[in-house]
Write a protein of this length. Structure first.
Length: 94
């Protein structure tokens, strides 16, 4: 996983060449963005500047999936975001 307050607005990837190249770099190395909703909201804008990328690697064979999102709060203009890794493997009871 790679995470950070990167301050590159992923919502502008279609209009900004450098942003598109930034995203392409992660995708080429099989890192997928897990947060896709705006992470900073003000009265004038909504941007996706807090990033979490997940590389599944060999975890796909272990049935591990990433779930993510934002938590709503009004303490700051940044929304806390998260990614949780969930195992879908069923464990037999003894």
């Amino acid at each position: 996983m790679i995470a950070g307050d990167i301050n590159i607005d992923l919502a502008k990837c279609g209009a900004n060449k450098q942003t598109a190249e930034y995203i392409d770099t992660f995708l080429v190395h099989n890192f997928l963005p897990t947060v896709i909703m705006p992470t900073r909201i003000t009265s004038k804008s909504a941007t996706l500047i807090d990033h979490i990328y997940y590389y599944e690697g060999k975890n796909n064979k272990r049935n591990i999936h990433a779930k993510s999102g934002n938590l709503l709060n009004d303490l700051k203009d940044h929304l806390p975001n998260y990614t949780i890794l969930i195992s879908k493997k069923i464990v037999a009871e003894k």
